[in-house]
Design a protein around this ligand. Structure first.
Ligand code: NDP
Length: 451
């Protein structure tokens, strides 16, 4: 029997890779990892964590302006971007250290550098070659930038996180998570912001009521919204600004263009093609229920398999992988009821089916819906509405979907996601005593179905 240096070699130490390495080591596997970029991957370095810190930063603009209605007289606050950027960088460096420490503590050997497979069991990292019985590709994804004239003038979310100075004006392209989150961040920080999306309504795939409210909300936040707008070309003006030209001939001068137009699996240049690892056209690695690729000892999970590009999903997949590969388990991943939040302002939180999906799946649905001005803003006068919506199956009374736009929607929906996982019915929501006065109590007090 062949002997290898390691039982498992994990390429990429993002959320999925680190969890897989640690869990596998806890089952007794000899594990090594390699990383070409940052310890902690996208989430820690150029994703969830710095994004949420910037969302907090941007939200202060609202807090300062709302404060006067509560009697606070604050002098005109001024945004000092380099302070926020530098504090964010310090926190990310701390987290990088924590991730390193977690691997060390788990007894995992880590290699800094880009790993490449020489054969199904041999990995090369710079000058070093090691062998492993199993290999796990957890290399994540990277921003997709559309191929148009002037493409090099487009920036990505990676660039946005690295900005040393805030632009005066920005154009955000896309209508998904990153586009609406960054449009909110820029606008909150005082940047003149335009959000341009190729379709008629933002956040495709979300519940239509939320999408409608999202459209109104961005405009209320001072963001210029251009719908049905496809960017055709970008050029630099004589004065050094950027000129974005749309396919209908409209143009817009700006200082920074963020292409938030999706992320693609980072599966190239790993030596996978040569080994015959099957991939989809967009580079997503094809895997079975156990995250095994078409080469039996090579596995993949997380963004690189392009099922759900979400940190908690990658972490869960990693736990299933490790339990099956080294813990003697035969678990499978359940992708139903994955709750998610969009950290636009106010937040969106959702779990389960949209009204439209439920109907398409043949459910006879009853909808409960509440739109209201949050208590806080009865004093501030801020033109911000909250939306809470329940999609209920009329035959079984089971709650099929819960949707919210409003302050802390992500925090609120997490709890309701647990209730839905436990199979909660509308009657059980009705039996639940509310916490007053909160926004969340709406979910347990809605009695009249929407028309
Ligand atoms: P999304 O898939 O959410 O959105 C991509 C957007 O870009 C869509 O509006 C899409 O339009 C548009 N688009 C795609 N291709 C083109 C093109 N060629 N020209 C113009 N527009 C285009 O991707 P994001 O980049 O926003 O985020 C990537 C993933 O990261 C998300 O799907 C999510 O899984 C994850 N993420 C999660 C976050 C969270 O949990 N809060 C935060 C940020 C990211 P259309 O809808 O018409 O296809």
């Amino acid at each position: 029997m062949a002997t290898y240096d390691y039982d498992l070699f994990v390429i990429g130490v993002g959320s999925g890779g680190v969890r897989a390495a640690r869990m596998s080591a806890s089952y007794g596997a000899r594990v090594a990892t390699a990383e070409a970029l940052h310890m902690g991957g996208t989430c820690v370095n150029v994703g969830c964590i710095p994004k949420k810190l910037y969302v907090y930063g941007a939200h202060y603009a609202d807090d300062f302006s709302d404060a006067s209605a509560y009697g606070w007289n604050a002098s005109r606050p001024k945004m000092d971007w380099p302070v926020l950027k530098s504090n964010k960088d310090t926190e990310i460096a701390r987290l990088n250290g924590i991730y390193s420490g977690l691997l060390d503590k788990a007894g995992v050997t880590h290699f800094d550098g880009r790993a490449k497979l020489l054969d199904a069991h041999t990995i090369e990292i710079g000058e070093t070659q090691v062998t492993a019985e199993k290999i796990l590709v957890a290399t994540g994804s990277r921003p997709f930038v559309q191929d148009i004239p002037g493409q090099a003038l487009l920036s990505t979310s990676d660039d946005a996180f690295a900005l040393e100075q805030l632009p005066g004006r920005t154009l955000v392209l896309g209508g998904g998570y990153i586009a609406v989150e960054f449009a909110g961040i820029f606008a909150g920080l005082g940047v003149e912001t335009t959000l341009a999306y190729r379709g008629p309504k933002l956040l495709r795939g979300f519940d239509e009521d939320l999408r409608d409210m999202m459209g109104t909300s961005v405009v209320h936040r001072g963001i210029t919204l251009r719908l049905n707008a496809t960017l055709a070309e970008v050029s630099r003006t004589e004065r050094g600004a950027l000129l974005a030209t749309f396919d209908n001939g409209d143009s817009l001068e700006t200082d920074f263009i963020l292409a938030a137009t999706g992320r693609v699996p980072a599966s190239d240049d790993l030596g996978l093609d040569a080994l015959g690892v099957e991939m989809a056209d967009n580079g997503a690695i094809k895997v079975d229920e156990s995250f095994r690729t078409s080469v039996p000892n090579i596995y993949a999970l997380g963004d690189v398999i392009d099922r759900f590009q979400l940190t908690p999903v990658a972490i869960k997949e990693a736990m299933v992988f490790a339990a099956n590969a080294f813990g003697g388990g035969s678990q499978s991943m359940n992708y139903d009821l994955i709750a998610t939040a969009v950290f636009c302002q106010p937040n969106i939180g959702v779990v389960g089916l949209t009204e439209q999906q439920a109907i398409e799946m043949g459910h006879d649905v009853i909808i409960f819906k509440s739109t209201f001005r949050p208590l806080k803003h009865t004093l501030t006068g801020r033109d911000e509405q909250s939306l809470m919506k329940l999609v209920v199956d009329s035959a079984t009374d089971r709650v099929l979907g819960i949707h919210m736009m409003g302050a802390e929607a992500g925090e609120i929906i997490q709890g309701f996601a647990a209730a839905m996982t436990a199979g909660i019915t509308k009657a059980q929501l009705d039996q639940t005593v509310g916490i007053h006065p909160t926004a969340a109590e709406e979910f347990v007090t809605m009695r009249e179905p929407a028309a």
